[in-house]
Design a protein around this ligand. Sequence first.
Ligand code: URA
Length: 195
Amino acid sequence: MSKDKQAQLEKLKQAILANNVCPGLAATATNLVMGDGNTNADIVFIGEAPGKKEDEQGLPFVGAAGKFLNEMLAQAGMDRRDVYITNIVKYRPPNNRDPSPGEKKEFLPYLLKQLEIIEPKVVITLGRHSMEYFLPGIKISDVHGQVKSIQLGSDKLNVVPLYHPAAALYNGSLRQTLVDDFLRVPDMIQNLPEN
Ligand code: URA
C-alpha cells in the first residue's frame, strides 16, 4: 500500500474538516467516513452515504449492505482488501435519509480528489446517488452492469453503474440482477476499453 497515497488521503480528510464541509451533517455524525481498502486498487466502489454502523465505526459498508457487498465480492473472487470503497457523502445523514443535492455537491470535489489520488482503472457506482454525477440523466435500469467510458476533466474514466446493495438486499429479482452483475466484474476489468 502506498504511503504517499495514504498521506494524501489523510490530508484530504483534514481539508474536509478544516473547510467545514456540510456542517449540518457533521453536527449529528460521530465520524467522517472517508473510505476503506487498498489505495492502489484498480476498482473504487462509490456508495451513497454512511449509515448507523458506518458512522459508529468510521468505515464504509460495515452494516447489512456491507455484509452483502462482502459476499458478492467473495463470490466474484475479490476481497475488500483488493478494492477501495467510499461514498459520495462522507457523513451519515440523520435517520439515514437520502443525501440532499446540496450535500452531494459539497462533497463532490473531495470525491474527485480521492479518485485523482487513487487512480483506479474503473469506478463502480452503487445506486443512483453516486451514478448521477458520472452518468447524468441515465436510468440505472438501462445501464446497470455496463462499462461506460466518460470524460472527466481532461481524462477519460471507466464507470460501471450497479444497483445499491441495500436496495437489492430484500428484493429478490434486483438481488439476483446485482449478484449477476457482480460476477461479471472481473471479466469487465480484464476487458476495459483503452482510455
Ligand atoms: N450504504 C452506503 O451507501 N454506504 C455505506 O457506507 C453503507 C451503506
